[in-house]
Design a protein around this ligand. Structure first.
Ligand code: ADP
Ligand code: MG
Length: 412
């Protein structure tokens, strides 16, 4: 559903947010339609945007994401058979994970995210009960907002709930990361799963990917909000380029003789990289600069300096485009238009978020002008590309949690 916007007729508008209570009610109703009984347990896990600190989590760096109010919601009830029967409401597909044997990768492909988490619990020595389970979501899938981590973390949350466990948060996030590595084949860092587990309302999360320390960065100033602009483009390059970037960063660290680029300084890089391949030098320059920008941005957020934060976001985007080479023309276009709207039009800063090669940009905007910014930005993006962007705003949201069935009237 699209809200009305201040833009002209036909201009892309902001998507309205459904409240969590409504999403939970809808998931419970979908569960009842599918399995002909009420769910015994409900849980949700949010997606995330990364405000700054991109492509540095796997270099032991600092990242500053926040959870958003878009979620994977799960509903489940017990069954006597030793199997977890899964239905995904979005793609109307079933999967079954037998609990009597070793959990292996299988079909459909999306079920591997859940299989990986179930495997992780079994490796911890947990005996799991049989379940029927429904997945609902209002997160764009494959859009760089981490629907995959939300899927894993929601799985862990509902397994905890249904099996009366309380896996410590760091262990839960790491177990989910392992699921993505081993069962989905994506060698991701820790940011996505940490953001989904540790999200906190009205707080960004400064995450030290070396020590796993999570420091909430308060953002109680409601005059700013985050506009997510999905370019609705996904270039296939992403899946092969991501492991390559990871390997290039490891190579740079090796050439510097250090464990990870977290420990490198710009001076060290200048002194030692004279005869390095150009690509390796550029990747290292991005990571070293991005970690410094993230540290500085956390201070500026605390001081309410949104102009300063915005400048760092533009610098981050430039570095991802020129040195890390993970942007694309559509992401660059959004950032360029946002810069042209500028402070006078209510935009503090903008950058790509997530792995790159398409997906989403985020802009920090004046909350009162978010609709107008979206109408202008979306309209111009559509005018230049012919693609309708999907846009919504989010404030920093809470992390994964068990849910109560809300006291809402049923959907007519
Ligand atoms: P992102 O995490 O940025 O959304 P990924 O490519 O990492 O993109 O993960 C997307 C994958 O996650 C999808 O291809 C699908 O396999 C899985 N996925 C996420 N949410 C759901 C869902 N609600 N139902 C089924 N599969 C899902
Ligand atoms: Mg993902």
């Amino acid at each position: 559903m699209q809200t009305s916007s201040t833009g002209s007729v036909g201009a892309p508008a902001l998507l309205a947010a459904r409240s969590l209570a409504v999403k939970v009610r809808d998931a419970a109703e979908a569960f009842a339609r599918r399995f002909r009984c009420a769910p015994s347990w409900l849980a949700c896990a949010p997606g995330r945007i990364n405000v700054i600190g991109e492509h540095v989590d796997y270099c032991d760096g600092l990242v500053m994401p926040m959870a958003i109010d878009r979620h994977v919601i799960m509903a489940a009830s017990p069954i006597t058979e030793p199997v977890i029967k899964i239905f995904s409401e979005v793609n109307c597909e079933d999967a079954a994970v037998p609990l009597e044997r070793t959990i292996e990768r299988g079909q459909p492909a999306w079920s591997n995210y859940l299989r990986g988490v179930i495997h992780g619990y079994r490796e911890r020595g947990e005996t799991l009960r049989g379940l029927q389970l429904l997945i609902d979501t209002d997160l764009p899938i494959g859009g760089g907002l981490s629907s995959s981590a939300a899927l894993e973390v929601a799985t862990a949350t509902i397994l905890d709930l249904a099996n009366q466990r309380q896996t410590p948060q760091v262990e839960k996030a790491l177990l989910c990361q392992r699921a993505e590595h081993d069962f989905a084949g994506v060698p991701c860092g820790i940011m996505d799963q940490f953001a989904s587990v540790f999200g906190r309302e009205n707080n960004l999360l400064l995450i030290d990917c070396r020590s796993h320390e999570v420091t909430p960065v308060p953002l109680h100033d409601h005059s700013v909000t985050f506009l997510v602009i999905n370019t609705n483009i996904r270039h296939n390059l992403g899946s092969s380029e991501y492991p390559l970037r990871r390997a290039q960063c490891e190579e740079a660290a090796q050439l510097l003789g250090i464990a990870s680029l977290r420990n490198a300084t710009p001076t060290q890089l200048d002194e030692k990289s004279g005869d390095w391949p150009e690509a390796i030098k550029k990747r290292a320059r991005h990571v070293i600069g991005e970690i410094a920008r993230t540290r500085r941005a956390a201070d500026l957020v605390q001081g309410g300096d949104w102009h300063g934060v915005g400048e760092l976001m533009y610098a981050s985007h430039d570095s991802l485009r020129d040195d890390f080479e993970v942007s694309c023309s559509e992401l660059d276009l959004v950032v360029r238009i946002a810069g042209e709207i500028g402070l006078d039009g209510g935009v503090f800063g903008c950058r790509m978020t997530g792995g790159g090669f398409g997906g989403c940009c985020i802009a920090v905007v004046d909350a009162r002008r978010a609709e107008a910014v979206a109408a202008t930005l979306g309209g111009r993006y559509q005018g230049e590309t012919g693609i309708v962007p999907t846009m919504f705003v989010s404030r920093p949201a809470a992390g994964a949690t068990p849910l109560e069935l809300p006291l809402l009237p049923p959907k007519s």
